[in-house]
Write a protein that binds this ligand. Structure first.
Ligand SMILES: [Zn+2]
Ligand SMILES: [Zn+2]
Length: 856
């Protein structure tokens, strides 16, 4: 659903701008999703009792390409089903030849600038995916755990213990010190002494480090440099640095350095045994429950392990500074603006980016290691060769013994280059000159750092300009109750099923209509169904108009490709044209400000209510007059034509279908006509008729007033009523007089009296509007007394139901035992009954007022 929303919003912008005369390029493509894809294919292999190592690198990669051909096709197919108006001839993939060339160039360039380096330090490691992860690829989740207090005896045989607290007892096997705060008086005398590390027979020293928090645990902490990021820092600060002992391996099992008894055990299995062993030795002081954040692999959810391995890094601070500046000085706008702070906070605290992954599916790192190192230069380079073209021999010593780095690059490294690599960079192509920088990026907030920030950094570094001007961050699609959709909750909605059931237009419109800035989309199937009615409404309106055109023998019509102003004489037509112009203005402004929901609601209100409910009804009245018939049909067609164009970016299918079906009409005028609505002109700056809008508001008030009374008193729609209308101004009086045929027809009224100083007729119901009061005499229409009696009986019934429900809803037993859905249902029922009662009371009041007047 998130991808569907993302696609729909991009398509709305693309179609709107294309119709507005811009040279729009929406370039489709996919990334190779290194770890995720490799995982899928490895799972397939496992089901065939194979693994990638028995298959070998080349065969494995071939296998992934085969899988990619299928899944990549699925993504593109789904984009097309959503109606995405991409330039499909330009589809790109991050592992394409061209994009790979860009990746290579960027890597070598950054290395030559000293911004890419190799280092051996702790990184986040996924023991299941068997690869390093960047900080971003680790999700931290609060878990219930234990804090275990372990006693380490001083080596001097004094019988004194130093107690340390840890959430991960199994790592104690790799401890190389105990650290205390130098200011902590409790431990001052122990600094420099040694303790016997239990279960290992090793002695480790008590050291001091200012980072130790005296308030945590006992104030003394175990130091495991090889398995904890903080401890690594402590170890490196010591002089000489502390030793690193890796006791957990890259598969998540204990290594030989953990000692014979524990080697080979799973890290959590080992934890249990260690705890038992320490207990047997009476070395556990206590265990307390402790909530703490634990890192998980974002691809497979396995708990990650800090592991010391050599990896490649990008030094990002200097490029990040430029990227911060680009947003600060508004070369890039992030919308909604609230996301800017998130961006700044992360960028200002950015850490070097670990870009090497120990998998096979991806861009292989263009680094070779000289196996011989036969010269001083080669030695000074550590035998490391970084090259744009695969080297055959070592450029430093001539040795032919070269070995390429086994690792591949983080997928996001290639995705970061997308805005320029897809245009042929590093060549200075015409595309690059035409389309870079791009105008807008639409994306979800979950990849602001993974992708957006990195594209900004790389764009600034290699193109000298930001990759896009606007970044629109859309919200999440949740279920009706506002819950995140997830497989485990069973509330996932499949876009393809929605499109099958209700059509793509209704589905797209639903997403757009609820895509308010900074607010998550609450999605429900009912809403899609509702917008399918909207599609039907438009279809029926078009059919009505075409029917009238066919019936009419008139000569010329001009609802054309070029938007030409009509000059109708009648009030209704001038009014609808003005409302059409207002809608076009609202939509252009809303889309410019990325207020997709406002644009959608604006066109919805116009087409459904103003055009279909009012104007089409009014046009039937106007068409009775042969003289104005021609003009009105012309205006109907024109309004339909412009409405379709306004709606097209949201509902591309039905608008195109009607456009094609009505083609003959447009051609009759012999003007230039585009072959598709998607390249017709988007309406803007059309003529407004402000006076007619005001005039029409009086008529709408009068009709609505009569309809309200009819509805509240349950008077049959076919029964003709008489009405008296007291206006508050002579101007309104004149407008109503001149157009009394509209009111008579739309409100089903017989005799209408209009005046500024009318009296309320005896026994009549009243509706009050801001510009007038409307009276409907009820004599002969209904018997007031028996009507009041009937309504009172209804009230009694409703009150009885309310009382029953009340008992239920205030009964704790029911509230506790009944499932939440049932309780909610009963509550809704209760609210509905209360509202119904209010409505009937309103009707009784209306009748009572009429009756009182009757008596006087
Ligand atoms: Zn993983
Ligand atoms: Zn060499």
């Amino acid at each position: 659903m998130g991808h569907a929303l993302n696609t729909v919003l991009q398509d709305i912008l693309s179609r709107w701008k294309r119709m507005s005369g811009y040279n729009v390029l929406w370039l489709p493509g996919t990334d190779h999703a290194g770890i995720a894809t490799q995982n899928v294919v490895e799972k397939q292999l496992a089901s065939e009792k194979l693994d990638r190592h028995t298959l070998g690198r080349d065969k494995f990669i071939k296998r992934v390409w085969k899988w990619k051909a299928k899944s990549g096709g699925t993504i593109i197919h789904q984009l097309k089903r959503l109606g995405a108006s991409c330039d499909w001839s330009r589809e790109r993939f991050t592992l394409d030849e061209g994009l790979s060339k860009a990746v290579r160039e960027v890597f070598v360039h950054l290395y030559e600038d000293g911004l890419i380096y190799r280092d051996n330090r702790l990184i986040n490691w996924c023991p299941r995916c068997h690869t390093a992860l960047s900080d971003l690829e680790v999700e931290h989740e609060e878990l219930e755990g234990n804090l275990t207090y372990i006693k380490y005896p001083l080596s001097n045989g004094s019988g004194i213990f130093i107690t340390v607290a840890t959430t991960r007892p199994e790592t104690m096997l790799g401890d190389t010190a105990v650290a205390v705060n130098p200011e902590d008086d409790r431990y001052k005398d122990y600094i420099g002494k040694t303790v016997d590390l239990p279960l290992t027979g090793r002695q480790i020293t008590v050291i001091s480090d200012p980072a130790v928090d005296p308030a945590f645990g006992t104030g003394a902490v175990k130091v495991t440099p090889a398995h904890d990021f903080n401890d690594e820092a402590v170890a490196k600060r010591q002089d000489p640095p502390l030793k690193f002992i890796t006791v957990i391996g890259d598969d998540g099992n204990m290594t030989e350095y953990a000692g014979k008894k524990y080697a080979g055990l799973d890290r959590y299995e080992c934890r249990k045994i260690i705890l038992q062993d320490l207990k047997d030795l009476n070395l556990i002081e206590k265990q307390v429950a402790h909530k703490h954040a634990v890192g998980h692999c974002y691809r497979c959810k396995t708990i990650t392990e800090p592991l010391s391995t050599p990896q490649w890094y990008v030094s990002v601070q200097s490029i990040a500074r430029e990227a911060i500046k680009a947003v600060r000085d508004e070369r890039i706008r992030i919308i909604p603006k609230s996301w800017e702070n998130t961006y700044f906070a992360w960028m200002e605290d950015i850490k070097d980016w670990c870009i090497s992954r120990q998998i096979w599916w991806g861009h292989r790192i263009p680094v070779w290691y000289c196996q011989e190192i036969r010269s001083d230069i080669c030695r000074s380079k550590n035998g490391i060769i970084v090259a744009r073209v695969d080297p055959q021999t070592c450029p430093f010593c001539g040795s032919a013994g070269l070995k390429q780095d086994e690792d591949v690059l983080d997928t996001w490294f290639s995705s970061a280059l997308w805005p320029f690599s897809t245009f042929g960079w590093p060549d200075n192509t015409d595309d690059l000159k035409t389309y870079y920088p791009t105008s807008v990026l639409v994306t979800g907030f979950d990849i602001i750092f993974f992708w957006v920030a990195r594209m900004i950094m790389m764009g600034l570094k290699f193109m000298g300009d930001a990759p896009f001007r606007d970044v629109y961050i859309h919200a999440l699609v949740r279920d009706m109750k506002g819950q995140k959709m997830s497989k485990s909750k069973g509330n996932v909605i499949d876009p393809l099923i929605m499109m099958d059931r209700y059509g793509t237009d209704a589905f797209r419109f639903t997403l757009a209509a609820f895509a308010a800035q900074g607010r998550d989309v609450k999605f429900s199937e009912d809403r899609v169904e509702g917008y399918r009615h909207f599609v039907n409404k438009i279809w029926n309106a078009a059919r009505f108009i075409m029917m009238n055109i066919e019936d009419d023998a008139g000569p010329d019509r001009s609802g054309e490709a070029e938007i030409s102003p009509l000059q109708p004489k009648d009030l209704a037509s001038r009014w609808i044209l003005s409302r059409l112009a207002a809608t076009a203005d609202e939509m252009n402004t809303a889309l410019k400000e990325y207020r997709f929901n406002d644009a959608a609601n604006s066109v919805y209100q116009f087409i459904w209510h103003e055009f279909c409910d009012w104007y089409i009804e009014l046009s039937k009245i106007e068409m009775r007059d042969q003289q104005s018939k021609e003009n009105v049909i012309q205006c109907l067609f024109y309004t339909l034509d412009i409405s379709l164009r306004l709606l097209h970016p949201f509902m591309p299918f039905v608008t195109e279908e009607i456009w094609q079906k009505t083609k003959g009409e447009r051609r009759a005028s012999q003007r230039h006509e585009p072959e598709s609505i998607m390249i017709s002109e988007y309406p803007k700056a059309l003529q407004r008729y402000y006076q007619e809008e005001e005039d029409m508001s009086y008529i709408i008030d009068a009709v609505m007033g009569i309809r309200t009374i009819r509805g509240e008193l349950n008077i049959s729609p076919s029964l003709k009523l008489n009405a008296s209308i007291r206006t508050y101004s002579e101007f309104a009086e004149r407008v109503l007089h001149e157009n009394v045929q509209y009111i008579r027809s739309l409100a089903k009224a017989e005799e209408i009296i209009i005046g500024t100083n009318l009296h309320k007729p005896e026994g009549s119901a009243t509706a009050v509007k801001s510009s007038m009061e409307i009276y409907i005499p009820l004599k002969g229409v209904l018997n007031i007394a028996s009507e009041i009696e009937r309504l009172n009986k209804d009230i009694a019934k409703i009150e009885a139901s309310i009382a029953t429900l009340n008992k239920k809803l205030f009964n704790d037993d029911f509230l506790l035992r009944a499932p939440k859905e049932i309780v909610d249902k009963e509550k809704t029922k209760y609210d509905e009954l209360v509202k119904m009662k209010e409505r009937i009371l309103e009707s009784i009041k209306l009748l009572n007022e009429a009756e009182v007047k009757n008596e006087t």
